[in-house]
Write a protein that binds this ligand. Structure first.
Ligand code: ATP
Ligand code: MG
Length: 591
């Protein structure tokens, strides 16, 4: 019942639908029982009057039976309509609320939760809930009422036969409680988790196929996906095995029950001598027993469906409970565009390792600071803390004089152009992709950004220019081309703060040169935090910060750092050597 109450919270304005469905379906199940009783009356007439039976009386009973059967069907359809309306509403709202929630989550959430899992949580669980509400809910009232009505009837007509009927009830209850026990609940939990895992791994697998092919791997790449499927198989097999014996026993008892009634009826006849009445009652019981066992069977399935729905709702609520990015109640305005870190420390959720460890830095408005350092030294993490992908654990991040936590998130985002390490272009026209940077940009502004980001020749080459859909019809862009488009998007946004996480992959010198030109246009007069993997791109930065294991190892201009003979000087030497080595190799004449 608590599950239904939880579901009601997604009904929004149509809370009457679920109770209405329940009431109408209850009426339907009562109407469904009436023909059985009328049949008993008809048989009684036949027994009492034999061939002198009045046709009109039988016809009246018959018509009432037909009428109530039709009424039952009509009520059932009404109940189905109500429950479907409710189900669609709940499903839609669940998706809507979950999507609204997801948008409010810190961006970092998407770094740590796979898309496959998020999709599964929202989509499938809303689907399961829909299935339960639309198809099983109307049976709920029937499932409760039917056995009660039958129970009442069997004792009204002959309590001894009624008592005998209780034997299968007892067995059903034993099996039901077995099903409802902790193991059943535990099974459902692991069943859903296992489905989620399979989903995640399937997405991972499909995504990884190019890598798998390149490395000509087969068995190894299957490993995780395979493991998930096997785990699922074992669990479902185990659960089915667990059910094998109780379920077989149950089916045998329920279905052979009629045979038990005959000897009991014979005993009753031998004791009371009331043959006609007992045979009449026996008829009714033979008719009622299957209804009874059927409704008990139904309640078991319903119970299982309810369990699944509960688990589905719980999973969505779990997502809804994920702490959203706290929004300031009274947001403060941004004054100035310097960036400042005061003693900032940060661990990724679920880890104890400090990705950023007591970092303090200041980037003056309009100046460029470069972050360099070994892979994993925390550069990307520092960059992500500025637009609040996550909130810092310790210390504070300020823009101008204002703590980023006190700035309205939309305002904050509006002031920052963030160019990621792995950029994403939507599978739509280039024009729309560019407009993401600034939805109100005019065609003239877009054209200008295209020129500044050195994208003109890319666009001229495409069949429909700016209106070409990328990622389709064979119009794919190279990595370097994509980067320039992303830079054009950032130029169009024209935010006063630019954060650039340079792609690690080297591009060809020509493209490199174009990217540098685009980058110069983007950063002109802006406060820039750039993460560079090629040391040549940082030499002109106003300040270079060298990161080492989450901490700042040293900082200064290129010249100052070289003089220090520290980490940076080493990096520079190695970098020079690698460049020379490359040139040297190219110079080697072919044998
Ligand atoms: N989403 C995440 N969840 C948990 N830990 C993470 C996550 N992202 C990064 N880390 C860890 O945080 C530390 C810093 O990573 P970060 O990505 O900031 O390094 P980086 O300096 O940008 O490296 P690179 O030069 O390779 O891009 C690393 O130890 C990394 O393992
Ligand atoms: Mg990085």
């Amino acid at each position: 019942m608590s599950t239904l109450r939880k579901l009601q919270t997604y009904m929004e304005g149509r809370k009457a639908l679920l109770p209405a469905a329940l009431v109408v379906s209850a009426l339907s199940s009562i109407a469904a029982m009436v023909p059985y009783v009328l049949l008993w009356f008809i048989i009684r007439e036949l027994f009492t009057h034999g061939i002198h039976v009045s046709n009109t009386t039988i016809a009246i009973y018959g018509w009432w039976a037909v009428g109530s059967a039709i009424a039952s069907i009509l009520f059932y359809f009404m109940a189905l309509s109500f429950s479907h309306l409710a189900a669609f509403r709940v499903e839609t709202n669940m998706r809507r609320y979950a999507m609204a929630k997801i948008i409010a989550l810190p961006l970092g959430f998407f770094n740590s939760t796979t898309t496959g899992r998020i999709r599964k949580i929202i989509d499938d669980n809303a689907g399961i809930t829909h299935g339960f509400l639309a198809h099983q809910m109307p049976d709920l009232a029937a499932t409760i009422l039917m056995p009660l009505t039958v129970l009442l009837l069997i004792f009204v007509f002959d309590w001894r036969l009624g008592l005998a009927c209780l034997i299968p009830v007892f067995f059903s209850f034993v099996i039901m409680s077995f099903m409802m026990n902790k193991r059943g609940k535990h099974f459902l939990e692991s069943y859903m988790t296992s489905l989620e895992n399979m989903n995640t791994e399937a997405v991972e697998y499909v995504r990884g196929i190019p890598v798998v092919k390149v490395f000509q791997q087969t068995v190894f790449s299957f490993k995780n996906f395979h493991k998930c499927i096997i785990a699922y198989k074992h669990m479902v097999f185990g659960y089915t095995r667990m059910w094998e014996k109780p379920m077989s026993a149950y089916t045998v008892i329920i279905n052979s029950f009629v045979f038990l009634l005959v000897p009991i009826a014979l005993i009753i006849i031998s004791h009371t001598g009331n043959t006609a009445q007992t045979i009449l009652n026996l008829f009714l019981y033979v008719l009622l027993t299957p209804v009874f066992s059927q409704s008990i069977m139904r309640s078991m399935y319903l119970n299982q469906a309810l369990g699944q729905a509960r688990e589905a709702v719980d999973r969505i609520e779990h997502l809804m409970d994920f702490p959203a990015l706290p929004v300031p109640v009274e947001p403060k305005a941004i004054r100035g565009h310097s960036i400042q870190f005061d003693n900032v420390s940060f661990c990724y959720p679920g880890t104890r390792h400090k990705a950023v460890d007591t970092v303090s830095l200041k980037i003056q408005e309009g100046k460029t600071t470069a972050l360099v350092g070994a892979s994993g030294s925390g550069k990307t993490t520092i960059a992500r803390l500025v637009p609040r992908f996550w909130d810092v654990d310790q210390g504070s991040v300020l823009i101008g004089e204002t703590n980023v936590k006190h700035i309205d998130p939309a305002e904050l985002m509006g002031h920052i152009s963030f160019v990621f390490q792995n950029t994403h272009l939507f599978k739509t026209s280039l024009w729309e992709n560019l407009r993401f940077g600034n939805p109100s940009a005019t065609l003239g502004e877009i054209d200008q950004a295209v020129d500044q980001a050195q994208c003109r020749e890319i666009i001229d080459r495409l069949p429909h220019g700016l209106y070409t859909k990328i990622g389709t019809e064979g119009t794919y862009l190279s990595g370097g081309e994509q980067q320039r488009i992303v830079l054009a998007r950032a130029i169009l946004k024209n935010a006063p703060i630019v954060i650039l996480d340079e792609a690690t992959a080297f591009t060809d010198p020509e493209n490199e040169h174009l990217i540098q030109l685009a980058f110069k246009k983007l950063t002109k007069g802006k406060t820039v935090l750039m993460i560079a993997h090629r040391l040549t791109s940082v030499t002109s930065a106003d300040n270079i910060i060298v990161m080492d294991a989450g901490r700042i190892a040293e900082q200064g201009s290129h010249k100052e750092l070289l003089q220090k003979q520290g980490l940076y000087a080493n990096m520079w030497r190695e970098y020079q050597q690698s460049v020379n080595w490359k040139i040297g190799k190219e110079d080697t004449p072919h044998a």
